[in-house]
Ligand binder design. Structure first.
Ligand code: ADP
Length: 451
């Protein structure tokens, strides 16, 4: 096992990795930007290295600075968290060249999974259903029109290297396609290093359902059930839960079997998430692989009892899954996560600032993953996640009741947060009955906000 690891991230996920490392008896090195000098990940790591100014391009995304910090502190491995360098194959490669273990997949697999249309192809070959679409990036509007005509409108244009819902456009007719393609290409070019756009069939009101996987370096793959992530705003997840209220044991088993085969064929290792959309007929279609730990990983931890971050570190140290998991995976009860963001309740614009008062909820079945504290500041430079509130109950009804009381006792003063919105969603009858899809927030927002 490693003696010391570096965490190339900030905020709640950096603290989450520190917790896992402490549980394993591993020393930790935090890196931080000048804006994060007073952050909890700096305080609770064993060592901390300042790697640059607030702007992430010059600190958390600066590969030479992160590698130097690992070298001067003799860290043997780097955990990238999510976001920042977590899906950067070049970073994984430089770690390898510097003799530092990257806690993630190989650079080749990271690269392949980072290009969505490549990942689609690999999954399709392994027998996982994918939506009809263009096999490669689109080279012209004419080509896009041809594919769209074959598939049938509506179609969705998506950035090959996409993330965070950027670079996507829904196209309803041939007339609007060329313009929307140009827009998507511009947006993708500005946001990602690869400007490529591909297209696939658009599902009007899908559910977003994803499967959590763990794979070791010895060719063993396990799937830890699914998460339901359909409560989204502008393609960004707001509430996640496990298991999905609509997943049948049979579909779960079939999907798990197909994924095990596909991921073995790729040579996948590390924790990872395979995302699907479910159409109105209840059929699942692959959309992408996230080759890293995800924001919503705690709901899976709560129903399986498996520490996913500890598992990632043990996998990177060469351990076998059978030793890490100690027996078959059991799904127990129901877990829900609310992402508490610093945002304006009406405009949803990020609202960073100083937290002047704070009460974190607790009690049986409640977990809060956060890096905030009273008088701490949410800086404007990074994402607006304040905390993740996770609850676990024997069943979904108990989990919802616990989420309501935990949200009622969650007090954040000094900034606006999404707590009031989350609380109203918990009261919604369709949410309570499991009757929702990714259009839920857009359809219901006005009526939810009135009550
Ligand atoms: P990103 O990597 O930018 O998050 P994803 O491919 O994961 O993009 O898609 C994010 C969200 O966009 C999905 O959860 C879903 O709400 C919507 N979406 C993506 N592809 C489709 C599609 N083919 N049909 C309908 N909605 C889609």
């Amino acid at each position: 096992m490693f003696q010391k690891i570096l965490i190339a991230n900030r905020g709640e996920i950096a603290l989450r990795v520190i917790c896992a490392a402490k549980d394993l008896g591993i020393k930790t090195v935090a890196v931080y930007s000048e804006a994060d000098r007073h952050s909890l990940h700096v305080r609770f790591a064993d060592e901390a290295v300042c790697i640059g100014p607030a702007k992430s391009a010059r600190s958390y995304l600066d590969i030479p600075s992160v590698i130097s910090a690992a070298e001067i502190t003799n860290a043997e491995a780097i955990h990238p968290g999510y976001g920042f360098l977590s899906e950067n194959d070049r970073f994984a490669e430089v770690c390898g060249m510097s003799g530092i273990k990257f806690i993630g997949p190989t650079p080749e697999v990271t690269r392949m999974m980072g290009l969505k249309q490549k990942a689609r192809q690999v999954m399709k070959e392994a027998g996982v259903p994918v939506l009809p679409g263009s096999p490669e990036a689109l080279t012209s509007a004419e080509e896009a029109l041809d594919y769209a005509a074959k598939i049938g409108y509506p179609v969705i244009l998506k950035a090959a290297a996409g993330g965070g819902g950027r670079g996507m456009r829904v196209v309803h007719s041939a007339e609007e396609l060329p313009n929307l393609l140009a827009q998507a290409q511009n947006e993708a070019g500005a946001a990602f290093t690869v400007p490529d756009i591909y297209l696939e069939k658009y599902i009007g009101a899908p559910r977003h359902i994803e499967f959590q996987v763990l794979a070791d370096e010895h060719g063993n793959v396990e799937v830890l059930g699914e998460r339901e992530c359909s409560i989204q705003r502008r393609h960004q997840k707001l509430i996640e839960e496990a298991p999905s209220p609509v997943m049948s044991p049979q579909l779960r088993e079939e999907t798990i079997a197909a994924l095990k085969k596909a991921l073995k064929a790729i040579g996948y290792r590390n924790a990872g998430t395979v995302e699907f959309l479910m159409d109105e007929q209840g059929k699942l279609y692959f959309i992408e692989v996230n080759a890293r730990i995800q924001v919503e990983h705690p709901v899976t931890e709560m129903i399986t009892g498996i520490d996913l971050v500890k598992s990632q570190i043990r996998i990177a140290a060469g351990e076998r899954l059978e030793d890490i998991l100690e027996g078959p995976i059991r799904l127990n009860g129901h877990a829900i996560e609310c992402r508490i963001n610093a945002e304006h309740p009406e405009t949803f614009a990020p609202c960073p600032g100083k937290i002047t008062g704070l009460n974190l909820p607790g009690g049986i079945g409640v977990r809060v993953d956060t890096a905030v504290y009273t008088d701490g500041v949410i800086p404007p430079y990074y994402d607006s996640l304040v905390a993740k509130l996770i609850v676990h109950g024997r069943d979904r009804t108990e989990a919802i009741a616990r989420m309501k009381r935990a949200l009622d006792m969650f007090v954040v003063e000094g900034i606006y947060t999404s707590i009031p919105l989350q609380r109203k969603i918990m009261d919604d009858e369709d949410f309570a009955s499991g009757n929702f899809d990714t259009t839920f927030i857009a359809r219901k927002l006005a009526s939810i906000q009135k009550h």
